[in-house]
Ligand binder design. Structure first.
Ligand code: DON
Length: 333
C-alpha cells in the first residue's frame, strides 16, 4: 500500500476489530423481521418501510395505487437513511424512533393517496441537526434448522481492482459508501449527509440487508447484492412473502425502486405495464426506465408445518440454489 502511495499503517490493521451486533428486529402483519444492524441501513430501512406500509391494505389496492404507496414509503425511508444513519460507534442514531410504529404511522399519514410527494418537500438531511463481482449473498439452511443470511461486499466490480503487493488481498473501494461531502451523490446516487461523512476508524453506511422473515409456520432467508437498491429489493420480496407467494416469485418479480433522491421511480425495463405507468405519472411520479434488470437474490423458504424447503435464485444473476439431503455418514466422510 505504502509503495503505491496509500496511507494505511500497520497500526490501522492492528486496531481493526470485528464487532458483533444485535440484529434489527421488527414486525409486519405477524411476520417477524430479523435483519442487518447499523452500520447497514438495511434492517432499519426495511422495517421502517414495512411499518409505514402496514396501515394500508395493500392487497386490496389497484396495482398503481399499491405501487404509489410502496414508492412513498421507499422515498421516506431513504430520506431518513441520509438524515440519520452511519456508523453507530461514531454517531447517535434515533434507532428507536426509526423502528417505532407510531413514527411510521406519521410518515404514512404524510402520504397523499393520489399525489407523489416531491422529495424536495421532505426536510433535507443536510439541514438536520445531526451531523457486481462486488457483493455476494448466501442464504443457507441446514437439516437442524440452523440458518445463515450472509451478504459481503467489496463495493464495485473487483473492488478497487488493486492488490497490495503479493498479499493476494483484493482491496475494496468501500470509501464510496461514505459521504464524500454533504449533498454529493455517490456511485449509486445516494446523497451525502453529515452522519456518514468520512472519519478515521469509522465504518461506512451500507445498504446490505441479509434478512430472516419468521412466522409460526414459515421461515424465509434472503438477501441480494445491488448497492442502494438492495433494501427495496428485500422490501418487495418481503411483501411477496406476506402475500403467500413462493420464493421463485420473490426473486423473479419485476422490480421498482425509489431512494428519495434522485426523485424518480427507477423501473426495470419490463416492470409495470403502460396503464400503471400512466397512472403513476398522473399522480406526479417521475419514472426512469433502466436499461437493464438488477439484482441477484438468493432465497429459501422453510415451511415448518409441512417440513418442506424451497430455494430460489434470481433469474437475472449467476447464483444457484439447491435443496439436498446429506446423510450424517456422508457428511462425516
Ligand atoms: O454495502 C453496500 O451498500 C454496498 N457496498 C453494496 C454494493 C453492491 O451491492 C454492489 N453490487 N452489485
Amino acid at each position: 500500500m505504502r509503495a503505491n502511495g496509500g496511507i494505511w499503517s500497520l497500526q490501522d490493521l492492528r486496531d481493526y476489530r470485528i464487532v458483533e451486533r444485535a440484529p434489527s428486529v421488527g414486525q409486519y402483519h405477524g411476520i417477524r423481521i430479523v435483519s442487518a444492524s447499523p452500520p447497514s441501513a438495511g434492517g432499519i430501512g426495511l422495517i421502517e418501510m414495512l411499518n409505514t406500509l402496514e396501515p394500508f391494505e395493500l392487497h386490496r389496492l389497484q396495482p398503481a395505487q399499491r405501487i404509489h404507496f410502496i414508492v412513498e414509503a421507499m422515498r421516506r425511508a431513504y430520506r431518513d437513511r441520509a438524515a440519520y444513519l452511519g456508523d453507530p460507534d461514531f454517531i447517535d442514531m434515533p434507532v428507536a424512533m426509526l423502528l417505532d410504529k407510531a413514527y411510521a404511522r406519521g410518515l404514512a399519514q404524510s402520504i397523499h393517496p393520489e399525489r407523489a410527494t416531491p422529495s424536495d418537500l421532505l426536510a433535507p438531511p443536510a439541514s438536520s441537526d445531526r451531523s457486481r463481482g462486488d457483493t455476494s449473498h448466501f442464504s443457507i439452511l441446514d437439516s437442524e434448522g440452523n440458518r445463515v443470511a450472509g451478504t459481503l461486499t467489496i463495493n464495485y466490480l473487483f473492488g478497487a481492482a488493486f492488490v497490495a503487493g503479493d498479499t493476494g488481498v483484493l482491496l475494496n473501494n468501500e470509501m464510496d459508501d461514505f459521504s464524500a461531502a454533504v449533498n454529493a451523490p455517490n456511485l449509486y446516487g445516494l446523497i451525502g449527509s453529515p452522519p456518514n461523512l468520512i472519519a478515521p476508524g469509522k465504518r461506512p453506511l451500507s445498504s446490505m440487508t441479509p434478512t430472516f422473515l419468521e412466522t409460526d409456520d414459515r421461515i424465509a432467508i434472503l438477501g441480494v447484492p445491488g448497492g442502494s437498491r438492495i433494501i427495496t429489493m428485500i422490501l418487495l420480496a418481503t411483501l411477496a412473502f406476506a402475500d403467500g407467494l413462493p420464493p421463485q416469485d420473490w426473486v423473479s418479480q419485476d422490480r421498482f425502486h425509489h431512494q428519495y433522491l434522485p426523485d424518480t421511480i427507477q423501473l426495470e425495463p419490463d416492470a409495470l405495464d403502460e396503464h400503471i405507468r400512466t397512472a403513476l405519472t398522473r399522480m406526479g411520479h417521475k419514472l426512469t426506465t433502466l436499461n437493464r434488470r438488477y439484482g441477484d437474490m438468493q432465497a429459501i423458504l422453510w415451511n415448518r408445518k409441512e417440513n418442506q424447503v424451497e430455494a430460489a435464485s434470481d433469474p437475472r444473476g449467476i447464483g444457484a440454489s439447491d435443496v439436498f439431503k446429506v446423510s450424517v455418514k456422508e457428511s462425516v466422510r
